[in-house]
Design a protein around this ligand. Structure first.
Ligand code: C5P
Length: 219
């Protein structure tokens, strides 16, 4: 058995973007690098947790010492989270695509004289909201993220209530902040105790501070 304050605790971390296929060679994605989720998984493992790291196709490699589950789509991520439950805590750091293409083509879409394909979308499952509102088997601590470009605290506070999670880690991803795809983050932790702004620091430092908080909450 490992040592550390999170020894014996099972924690699910989602990370990275999802890829939603259009046809066998094309997909819809987003700019998430997976850096913050990967750092959180690493920090939790360093405190002794058994981390189930459910990752979409990220730019950064998964950390050592975690159980890695690789997925492509939001639906696969949702299924992988279900398969990983029960857990003491779950941290939803993934940038899940809100929509998928409703009917993916089995064949590569061709350029034709008839004009361009019309893509129709279907809504993806909201993994965070679903797990946070589970009647049975809900992890004791459910942490969501909120990437906002304006009114960060107001929007993230509303999101926390809407999703039903315990904490929201909110950050300002306006282009000028350089946070999305960058190495630093400036977050606000929103909980029952209100909004706590952390100074701007490296994503690794944010991860370590968050892991310490999680360890304190689960102690
Ligand atoms: O609603 P929004 O996408 O801004 O919420 C962000 C939070 O919800 C993140 O923690 C993200 O991982 C989670 N989420 C999810 N499943 C979705 C959409 C978002 O788990 N389909």
């Amino acid at each position: 058995l490992g040592a550390g304050p999170l020894a014996g605790k099972r924690i699910i971390v989602t990370s990275g973007p999802t890829h939603e296929p259009i046809d066998p060679v094309r997909y819809i994605a987003n700019r998430s690098s997976g850096a913050q989720g990967t750092a959180i998984a690493r920090a939790l493992a360093a405190l002794g947790a058994h981390v189930v790291f459910v990752t979409g196709p990220a730019d950064v490699a998964p950390p050592e010492g975690v159980e890695v589950v690789r997925v492509q789509t939001a639906q696969q991520m949702s299924d992988a989270v279900d398969a990983a439950l029960p857990a003491e805590a779950a941290v939803f750091a993934a940038a899940v695509a809100d929509w998928r293409v409703a009917s993916q083509s089995d064949r590569k879409l061709k350029k034709t004289r008839d004009g361009m394909p019309k893509l129709e979308f279907a809504e993806n499952p909201d993994i965070l909201a679903r797990v946070a509102q589970m009647a049975t088997g809900r992890p004791g601590l459910v942490v969501g993220f909120a990437a906002e470009t304006n009114d960060v605290i107001e929007n993230a506070t509303a999101k926390r209530a809407r999703k039903g999670c315990d904490w929201i880690v909110a950050n300002d991803v306006s282009a000028a902040t350089g946070i999305m795809g960058g190495t630093e983050n400036a977050v606000v932790l929103i909980s029952d105790d209100g909004a706590e702004s952390w100074p701007r620091m490296g994503k690794d430092a944010v991860a370590r501070q968050l892991a310490d908080r999680i360890a304190a909450a689960l102690a």
